[in-house]
Ligand binder design. Structure first.
Ligand SMILES: [Mn+2]
Length: 328
């Protein structure tokens, strides 16, 4: 799987690593671990995303290694890169936001390592494995395939990537492979208790209160098979919570018994709505995301569209109803 990528990593010296908008722990942890691996090989590595590291995930990057893209400031750096590595973000440069526009024009060799089954024709070389539960698993396997060592910080970054992308080892992609990799990460110094505490027990009080509001607002239709809810910027503002702090909100509806599809629509700006979709595994929800120009996994997918929150939410609910009625 890695035989094409390894020589590219060995033969070049200037690397730029990037990932998707609104980066999650899998994106950030994979970036940090791969960057440290390349750094240990004596390479020059820059991690650059369009969005900053969310406050909740700063513990992964205490030295601030991950740069927030600024067009004029970083033009020369991008030009110098010999290899651009896209992590956790197949589907196209638009998933990377503004930095994606710049990287698409760059002359570097472009690689994509991901576990999303989306389009990869925007890069030169890909390793996409939809069976992997997280991109972090793939980065672990790449490092191991190169006989690279794992520092405690790399282990922590990859553990955080895997624990979050598997929903604490409960999502369907969680496999023996996931647990074997995780075992090695624990051996290398990842501390489950402290990472759990950092990830799930450090929320600002406002976010916990907003979660209560959202739980209270969940509506259920189609004989209890579809749960849906929306969140607008005015509500976020009134609670004092940022868009980047809503990790996990998309799955809140799954707590209700009998629900097969969860729809969470978030107004991200005046005219943009982010659609997050979850399924219980009995229905492939990524086909619904595709209809809105997005993508993802069969049980977790999403898209960002232009329009008004209420209209889009109603529209997605209708499409989801039809999806449930489609004979399998
Ligand atoms: Mn991922």
């Amino acid at each position: 799987m890695w035989q094409i990528i390894i020589p590219i990593l060995k033969q070049n010296n200037n690397f730029l690593i990037t990932s998707h908008l609104n980066p999650d722990c899998d994106a950030l942890g994979s970036e940090l671990a791969l960057a440290e691996h390349l750094d240990r090989l004596g390479k020059k590595v820059t991690i650059m995303n369009s969005d900053p590291v969310p406050n909740a995930f700063r513990f992964l990057d205490p030295t601030g290694a991950i740069k927030k893209y600024a067009p004029t400031k970083h033009a020369a750096l991008i030009k110098k890169a010999e290899v651009i590595i896209v992590l956790d973000a197949s589907g196209g440069w638009k998933r990377m936001g503004r930095v994606g526009d710049a990287l698409a024009q760059a002359g570097a060799v472009k690689l994509c390592i991901d576990h999303h089954p989306d389009a990869t024709n925007f890069v030169d070389v890909t390793v996409v494995d939809p069976d992997a539960a997280a991109t972090g698993e793939l980065v672990y396997e790449l490092v191991t395939a190169m006989q690279g060592g794992l520092s405690a910080t790399m282990a922590q970054a990859l553990y955080a990537a895997i624990v979050t992308d598997t929903g604490n080892f409960r999502f369907p992609k969680t496999s023996p492979r996931t647990h074997l990799i995780t075992a090695e990460l624990l051996r290398a110094g990842a501390l489950p208790y402290s990472i759990y505490r950092q990830l799930y027990e450090q929320y600002p009080r406002q976010r916990v209160r907003l979660k209560g509001h959202v739980l209270d607002s969940i509506k259920v239709v189609a004989n209890g098979q579809i749960a849906y809810y929306g969140l607008d910027q005015a509500t976020l503002k009134s609670y004092g919570v940022k868009t980047s702090e809503l990790d996990g909100f998309a799955s809140l509806g799954q707590e209700i018994g009998g629900v097969r599809i969860v729809i969470f629509c978030l107004q991200t700006s005046k005219s943009k709505v982010k659609i997050s979709l979850r399924s219980d595994g009995s229905i492939e929800i990524n086909q619904l995301a595709l209809a809105y120009g997005g993508g993802g996994h069969p049980s977790a997918a999403g898209a960002t569209v232009t329009g008004q929150l209420d209209e889009i939410l109603a529209n997605v609910v209708e499409k989801a109803k039809r999806l449930l009625e489609t004979p399998r």
